[in-house]
Ligand binder design. Structure first.
Ligand SMILES: [Ca+2]
Ligand SMILES: [Ca+2]
Length: 202
């Protein structure tokens, strides 16, 4: 009988270890008030003819009670961004954890959920490294419903079209990452939802 108890404990321990390894570190779940502007909880904006509206959605949700809903009209020559993290203009747009409190050795990928509508819209996800250098990965809205995208850090490429003035431009992804931004690219018009952004170990 003792042996059975021990083996059950062993299985449970193994399950616990596997669970711990699979668990990502939640950066954002888009719960609570989602607002823009200088005091906003999301740093978003658009220009040169493009327009963007960011709100909380309670009807289409992957995790928690809300997702981030983006209504956008991206025109050629225009730009837009939906950013979260540190060092941004919106004062309250920080992640749930601070970059300096994250053990970056434990993570080598970032993931997020997008609710697609199969519109073929291209969406860039950029991450800003510790030298303010912008790195990019592209996804396409070629599915319907929620889909998780997992992006190894090594699969991001340096943005060639634009970098901030203060970027180190050393072509090295310097950790910690400070922020990420999502950008439906022109020409495209529609609605996309995002939820549960995490760091992962692959
Ligand atoms: Ca959520
Ligand atoms: Ca860099």
């Amino acid at each position: 009988m003792k042996k059975i108890v021990f083996s059950i404990t062993g299985v449970l321990m193994l399950a616990a270890i596997c669970f711990a390894q699979d668990k990502g570190l939640l950066l954002d779940d888009f719960e609570g008030a989602l607002s823009g502007g200088p005091d906003g909880t999301v740093d978003f904006g658009a220009g040169n003819g493009s327009s963007l509206e960011v709100t909380a959605a309670a009807d289409i949700v992957h995790s928690g009670k809300q997702s981030l809903k983006a209504n956008f009209d991206a025109v050629t020559g225009g730009y837009m961004y939906i950013a979260k993290g540190f060092g941004l203009d919106a004062k309250n747009s920080a992640w749930l954890v601070k970059p300096q409190d994250i053990d970056w050795k434990k993570y080598n990928a970032i993931s997020f959920y997008m609710f697609g509508a199969d519109t073929k819209t291209k969406v860039a996800i950029d991450i800003k490294d510790n030298g303010n250098e912008m790195w990019r990965f592209m996804v396409t809205d070629d599915f319907k419903g929620w889909k998780k995208t997992v992006i190894p850090f090594k699969d991001f490429f340096v943005r060639g079209d634009w970098q901030p003035d203060n970027a180190d431009k050393n072509a090295v992804l310097d950790l910690p990452i400070k922020s990420y931004q999502l950008e439906p690219l022109p020409p495209a018009k529609g609605t996309l939802y995002f939820d549960q952004v995490e760091l992962e170990q692959l």
